[in-house]
Design a protein around this ligand. Structure first.
Ligand SMILES: [Zn+2]
Length: 262
């Protein structure tokens, strides 16, 4: 699933290709992905307008429109964006296709129809309504906010990191990475962390997300130090060369190194 660093890359590619171009045609290929209104309303709300700026919050992307409001994008398990010129290059599994004046296209591609698109009037009101916590890379999310988010919580650290109401942007893959980089066993419980280890965990979280963004969220670029490129049973740990293992924690498949994470 696209997580914060992946969606940041989608944001950058959106910014580079799809801003300030009037939208000539809107083709909604799947009604199932449209939320907050019908496919017809979505098309009508986009046609003739242009995107002015984007904003990412956690795993969500918002593309602000010239006359107010925004297109809200949630990429589900497999969603991504593709920009292309010729219609011959349209990717498979395109669920929403925008054609801009002067010819370029933007496709929302989702092999599985688990993502959502829709129009929102006010992004901040929408985030509040969805009860999303602060974006995990925002300035508003500092170590004091992190500490407060964990205070009094039970359950695993992994579940807390993935709880979008506490902090937005981290899913299964990056919570594994943060625990790996912090040397914490995936079954570590929140109450087992003292103030110092919470502070270290926060610093690790920020470092992991920033480093991933700086490397294009590309596993190959992060191979030498990140678990990301070694997510399979028996793969070699990038730190100690031991075998990576997979276990279930809170119903999720978790990869970790039994030697490095105790
Ligand atoms: Zn290891």
């Amino acid at each position: 699933m696209p997580e914060l660093p992946d969606v940041e890359m989608l944001k950058r590619s959106f910014d580079a290709t799809s801003l300030h171009r009037p939208i000539a045609e809107v083709d909604v290929r799947s009604d199932a992905i449209v939320e907050r209104g019908s496919a017809g309303e979505l098309a009508g709300g986009l046609r003739g307008r242009s995107f002015e700026a984007t904003r990412r919050h956690g795993k969500r992307l918002f593309a602000g429109l010239d006359e107010g409001g925004a297109l809200a994008l949630h990429f589900g398990m497999t969603g991504s964006l593709r920009s292309f010129e010729s219609t011959d290059d349209e990717p498979r599994h395109t669920r929403l296709l925008l054609r801009f004046e002067r010819g370029s296209h933007l496709a929302l591609v989702m092999p599985r129809k688990l993502g959502k698109v829709g129009l929102v009037d006010d992004v901040d009101a929408f985030l509040e309504e969805q009860r999303l916590g602060p974006d995990a890379l925002s300035e508003a999310f500092d170590d004091a906010v992190f500490d407060a988010a964990l205070a009094g919580r039970r359950g695993s650290v992994k579940a807390a990191l993935m709880n979008q109401r506490l902090m937005a942007g981290i899913g299964n893959v990056y919570s594994d990475e943060i625990l790996f980089q912090a040397g914490l066993h995936p079954r570590t419980e929140v109450p087992a962390l003292d103030a110092d280890s919470r502070r270290r965990l926060f610093d690790t979280l920020r470092w992991v997300l920033c480093t991933a963004v700086d490397h294009g969220a590309d596993p190959a670029e992060l191979e030498g130090s990140f678990l990301l490129a070694h997510r399979s049973e028996g793969a070699s740990c990038p730190r100690c060369d031991g075998a990576i293992r997979r276990i279930e924690v809170s119903g999720r498949g978790v990869y970790y190194c039994p030697a490095c994470q105790t």
